[in-house]
Design a protein around this ligand. Sequence first.
Ligand code: AMP
Length: 366
Amino acid sequence: MKPLPRLGIFGGGQLGRMLAMAALPLDVRCSFYEPAAAAPAAVLGPCLGDARHSPAGLADFLASADVFTYEFENIDVALVEAIAAHKPVYPGIVSLQKAQHRLAEKSLFGELGIPTPAWRPVHSREDLEQAAGALGLPMVVKTATMGYDGKGQFVLRHSDELDACWDALGGQGSLIAESFVAFRRELSIIAVRAHDGQTVIYPLSENRHQQGILSISRVPAAAVTAATLEQAQTYIRRLLDHLQHVGALTLELFDTEQGLLANEMAPRVHNSGHWSIEGAECSQFENHVRAVLGLPLGSTACPRPTAMLNIIGRHPDRDKVLAVTGAHLHLYGKTARPGRKLGHITVSADDPQTLEGKVAQLQALL
Ligand code: AMP
């Protein structure tokens, strides 16, 4: 048997950790470009590189693996290009660039006929005022880059908040203004594309957020019509094929009276797919590893209704969580801090009603 390539991962957070955990049974060794020695992934392989991105650190990382990927999209593209000049990096740099910039991302959605909330680019106080006039209020103003978990956002409800909004975000580069969507719920879809274009798609996940951070995902999302599922699958396929993407891609969607609207994409495994470790026949992490290494993809089937609850800010009583029948506890090895994702819990059941009982039990512990 041909030895498998070694996998280098940009980032050593919990996503890197779970990618490496999925790679291990396949006997694939991982290394990480990660300056924090105590990063969640450090228990699974060497963390290389340093915070100053020295050429020596990058050279060590380059030498440590044969194929490369990333666990987050806010990496300096120049670093990825420096690796890509010598060895393969998947998903490609175009996927990364589009996902790093909300204006590029929303333009791409438009080019591919993927509906979004109405939006305007904002580069000045005057643009902001014009956007408010064109889109109406309320509108959501976001930094074009580096935003996550609702950071770098301002919901502008009244025109007398224009100055406050500009004061908060005006100094942070390009902005995007979007009309405020009164969605019914938030959904996400994750798909994984192989080198030959073969694509597998996970069921739609229904996601609830608290203070901008994902708190619970339920899969498969309830009461999804065949038309809605078809829309979501069509949109993610268009993106994957256009980007010639290899690996996992996540598309976050708003479910509205008028159909699905795309919010944003992530060129990677995603928090709303953590349920798949126990809930799917092959997890998002394993399928991502398989895709980037050119291995056959696994089934995305979700045999039983499954929920994933994030552990945020504070660790729950471990023994009480483990006492809930069927609960799977995942801790990321992080110290507690308000708003920090410390772990998650997955639970499945034979029917949605039993599942909700277990969810309620677990929620009481969080
Ligand atoms: P984002 O960083 O774009 O994923 O936004 C974080 C959260 O803000 C989303 O999960 C939504 O709950 C909310 N949000 C973002 N954009 C809009 C919008 N245009 N209308 C209403 N809510 C939004």
